[in-house]
Ligand binder design. Structure first.
Ligand code: NAD
Ligand code: DAU
Length: 348
């Protein structure tokens, strides 16, 4: 079996659901269930014996050691993190604790477990660390997309904490020989994304007739990847990636934020003719230190592992909007408590 951390979050829940749809190999899912973790996203596998959910912290060494001893995973996919840039600006502490200290403690627990395996198991074991393109910093319009050789230049507390965890993972390979692989992915979108991130926030606000807050001039560029494509890339890297290597994952879909918001408005207009969602677009104060452009060069993963995204932005965004339209009770449930407080505080 494999151990997935953060498997109740956005990418984690998609990964767990996709994995069990494609494989009979069981998953132990360790998730702290912060505001971003949601077991409702996994309700369709609530009675599936191949999924074992454990609520807990990746930084809890005793718990992690117990899980490793009891379940003896052949691989770990580390998705657990604090992931929202704006929250890291309001309060970096949790990002340091989970993304840096938590990853360090997880690596220590895994190293102790891995050292006790027999030679063949040690060789086949994998620790796959899921990271982000934000560690590379911001690109000017004329610069080429990030390759794996791009220097690390993180600009937010979030990206700095992810960069730090990437360095720890790298060091555990070089120093202790732990068989790690790291992936650096661009912006994901799709089902089960918490509506504090751009795409789900715009969909749910538009449906509620609320303002669509675009930071600054809306010309910042992100490279969008449908979440199922990220999941298939992680599976592929787990299966065939070379230890000690890093792989960039991206959608070849660079788009300015304002275009994303206008596309969402236009597609919603198709389902709700007569409404004028564009009128809800509201330019608001920019994010401090806002990175202007991210773009991933995903040539290496295509050349070496034969992976390419299956979705274009046009197909992925339609699927995403359909999902949010059909799952409004999921949205309503996550929009209570912590989510409501965040929206009130951040967009005040
Ligand atoms: P998310 O915020 O939706 O989910 C994170 C999950 O981790 C939640 O379920 C949360 O409860 C859990 N968690 C947080 N702290 C924990 C801890 N200390 N111990 C155990 N579980 C904990 O995040 P996401 O968007 O699904 O991102 C998952 C990973 O992918 C992160 O590492 C993120 O940096 C990376 N990533 C995300 C994107 C993106 O666009 N969303 C892109 C590239 C990389
Ligand atoms: O690039 C990968 C990263 O993508 C991941 O590592 C992060 O975990 C993930 O959250 C995401 O970070 P971003 O900051 O790019 O995503 P977010 O959805 O917060 O914002 C996307 C863009 O939209 C960004 O330029 C800021 C802008 N934005 C965002 C919000 C929430 C707005 O204009 N208005 C908003 O209300």
């Amino acid at each position: 079996m494999i151990l997935v951390t953060g498997g109740a979050g956005f990418i984690g829940s998609n990964f767990v659901l996709d994995w069990l749809a494609q494989s009979d190999e069981a998953i132990v899912n360790l998730d702290k269930l912060t505001y971003a973790g949601n077991l409702q996203s996994l309700s369709s596998i609530a009675n599936d014996p191949r999924h074992i959910f454990i609520q807990g912290d990746i930084g809890d060494a005793e718990l992690v050691a117990h899980i490793l001893k009891q379940h003896r995973p052949r691989a770990i996919v580390n998705l657990a993190a604090e992931s929202h840039v704006d929250r890291s600006i309001h309060g970096p502490e949790d990002f340091i604790q989970t993304n840096i200290v938590g990853t360090f403690r997880l690596l220590e627990s895994v190293r102790a477990y891995w050292n006790e395996l027999d030679a063949a198991q040690r060789q086949n074991f994998r620790f796959l660390h899921v990271s982000t393109d934000e560690v590379y910093g911001s690109l000017a319009q004329c610069e080429p997309a990030f390759t794996e050789q791009h220097r690390y230049e993180p600009n937010s507390p979030y990206s700095a904490s992810k960069a730090s965890s990437d360095h720890l993972v790298r060091a555990y390979h070089h120093t202790y020989g732990l068989p790690v692989v790291t992936t650096n992915c661009s912006n994901n979108y799709g089902p089960y994304q918490f509506p504090e991130k751009l795409i789900p926030l715009m969909i749910v606000n538009a449906l509620a007739g609320k303002p669509l807050p675009v930071y600054g001039d809306g010309q910042q560029i992100r490279d969008w990847l449908y979440v199922a494509d990220h999941c298939s890339a992680i599976r592929r890297v787990l299966e065939a990636g070379t230890t000690g290597e890093t792989y960039n994952i991206g959608g070849w879909n660079e788009k300015p934020n304002i275009e994303i918001v206008q596309t969402i408005c236009a597609l919603l207009q198709e389902t709700c003719p007569g409404s004028s969602f564009n009128q809800l677009i509201t330019y608001v104060k920019d994010r401090p230190g806002h990175d202007r452009r991210y773009a991933i060069d995903a040539t290496k993963i295509e050349r070496e592992l034969n992976w390419r995204p299956a979705e274009t932005f046009e197909t992925g965004i339609r699927k995403t909007i359909d999902w949010y339209l059909s799952n409004q009770s999921w949205v309503a449930d996550v929009q209570t408590g912590a989510c409501r407080d965040w929206i009130k505080k951040h967009y005040a």
